[in-house]
Design a protein around this ligand. Sequence first.
Ligand SMILES: Cc1cc2nc3c(=O)[nH]c(=O)nc-3n(C[C@@H](O)[C@H](O)[C@H](O)COP(=O)(O)OP(=O)(O)OC[C@H]3O[C@@H](n4cnc5c(N)ncnc54)[C@H](O)[C@@H]3O)c2cc1C
Length: 294
Amino acid sequence: MKPALFDYFRPSTLEEALQLLSAHGQGGKLIAGGQSLVPILNMRLSAPECLIDINGLQELDYVRYEDGWLRIGALTRQREVERSRLIREKIPLLSEAVPFIGHMQTRNRGTIGGSIVHADPTAELPLSLLALNGSAVIQSADETREVDLREFFITYLTTDIMPGELLTEVKVPVDSVPKGYSFHEFSRRHGDFALVAAACVLDSDPQGRILTARITLGGVDSIPVLAEDAAGILIGEKLTDTLLEEVGRMAAMNVDPEGDLHATREYRLHLAGVFAKRAVKTAYIRATGKEGAL
Ligand SMILES: Cc1cc2nc3c(=O)[nH]c(=O)nc-3n(C[C@@H](O)[C@H](O)[C@H](O)COP(=O)(O)OP(=O)(O)OC[C@H]3O[C@@H](n4cnc5c(N)ncnc54)[C@H](O)[C@@H]3O)c2cc1C
């Protein structure tokens, strides 16, 4: 199928893009890598009056460390995220998660900003950045605002971004990133969207007691889920098989999946527990350097 007719603009600066967005309001749609938007247009699930192509905005293509934050420009390609040394050094969870996104060809075009704003609840980048306590920086012609990713995702394919706004960067506080990290997902074939995915970051003291932990789960609700109850029972404890089982049980209680063509609700609940356990176990081994009591 072909998309409905639209006007096309290709601004070369952020300022120009924001003016175009402001002028076109609801009728204007940004296009970045096009890996999600183009199929949507082709299937005529969306028919915007005009596309505003931000691929010329080189100022939004960067990865840099500043004042304790790792800042990633919205137009940074997923493949660049995957290969970035700075990201591997500061937030290796992201380097581990990105190769699960689609295929090398889609990652060459797809951007970090497009993935966050598209807000597929199974997507790897939203899930990982939520685990890392990230924030979204959003700009319009009138103001710039910052939103914690916990408040950014509203429901399926819907975020806090309003007409006239553009995501300029995502930022992660990196001076206190936990040493233990892990990303696991289950999909039927390599490159498919995950049925269920889990990420974990955690820190422990020299005795192996867990000091901080964040667990996120994807594919099990309308948005990526921060499984706070499951993570909470880890604090102050050494990881044992019994505790790990409890984490899996709590993780399944933290989510509310729907059944669909790909998996039943029950199967997704089962996978939520299994993958939360895997993510916690790997992160713990990486944090402590040993399997401990496991
Ligand atoms: C075969 C295939 C397999 C895939 N597999 C996966 C997968 O396993 N996991 C996964 O997560 N994704 C997967 N994807 C989708 C992923 O590749 C997309 O890159 C991503 O979802 C969207 O990024 P994009 O840059 O292509 O955005 P686009 O498609 O250009 O845009 C997506 C949405 O974001 C908006 N947008 C884009 N940039 C901005 C911005 N800076 N500010 C505000 N709004 C913006 C657009 O208006 C649009 O609504 C797959 C895609 C394909 C084609």
